[in-house]
Design a protein around this ligand. Sequence first.
Ligand code: NAD
Ligand code: MG
Length: 389
Amino acid sequence: MNAETPQKRIAIFGSTGSIGTQALEVIAANPGLFSAEVLTAHHNDELLVQQALQFNPNIVVIVDEKKYQKVKQALAHTDIKVFSGEKSLEEVASMDCFDLMLAAIVGYAGLKPTLCAINKGKVIALANKETLVVAGDIIMRKAVENRVPIIPVDSEHSAIFQCLVGETRNKIEKVLLTASGGPFLGRKPNYLVNVKREHALQHPNWSMGAKITIDSATLMNKGLEMIEAKWLFNLKPEQIQVVVHPQSIIHSMVQFEDGSIKAQMGLPDMKLPIQYALAFPRRIPNQFPRADFKKINTLSFEEPDIKTFRNLALAMDALQKGGNLPCIMNAANEVAVFAFLHNRISFLDMTDVIEKTMAGVSFIANPTLEEYFESDGEARNFAADIIKL
Ligand code: NAD
Ligand code: MG
């Protein structure tokens, strides 16, 4: 560690997931710059204990209380503190033992701990896009009030963020949010009707957790990302354009008032945006594979097919109408994806569940935080009733 750059103390909320484990690789490669002070997992006690023994954090949280004793015993010979239960995520998020929270829990469950860390003035490296989809207005307002930087980890938003460095006084005309198109690019409903869980879990370019992989196959992921971009960069819906770019080399672009377009490029590897967010404002060296333009001979672009991938059309509607509609959509989507992953509904049923829930739960134009929580609960019940979960 050198005196000018003190070691950043990192809390990884969701350390056992795809983003969490890759973040720990970045931390392990840069021990002078980062230390892992908090690690949290939902139920994967074995991996959490292994991570704790390797990184010696201050605190670990195992949300599943049935696993508490096992984790406690496995770490009894260390001075690592062990917490358990959903509420402990918020307690730990409010503690002083870290500087930066990597918000890498999947879904709505990430919202409350992230809000606690913002209220405590912690820097947020945000992977959990659902937090902004559910309550983006409140999150961004609290971040401003507490002078908290929110640094995106999602590759597209990291790309936009990187394109905006040095452009604070310049207006954005629009952002071009790139999408790989997922495993079913070019397919039509007559194909999608028979798609099984195993097909949908095969993403061509990225290896990610199950929920986001399904969201990528339905294009809901891009819809969530449009809403995420609106809040992060203070954009109007018409300033956000989705461009399908199957090679996933350009991670997104910003077009300025003079028509000039900046793009951020690289191989599709989440460690890059994770490292950028952890080290920001510095860039630090690494050994990740480099893009080789002698081998990348095509960068192609096309329009998203929102007639086939109707989840993206629903998300565009939620983005336009705002209020609690994105929150309702997100809750219905989480229930639908869960049901699809458990072979309870088909690929195309997911869209019907979301559409009906968006139509069925009452719209609130300017919700309070409590009303967002209530809308989430109501939408989950509504969606579960449709599926008969
Ligand atoms: P994942 O499923 O691999 O991991 C999720 C993590 O959250 C795990 O550590 C799990 O223990 C924890 N978790 C799950 N449910 C929880 C709950 N109810 N309470 C507390 N903890 C819980 O997911 P992931 O792919 O790492 O994605 C994490 C977040 O990052 C998502 O919001 C996703 O959209 C976003 N993201 C992921 C990628 C990627 O490449 N994986 C890329 C961009 C954005
Ligand atoms: Mg993304």
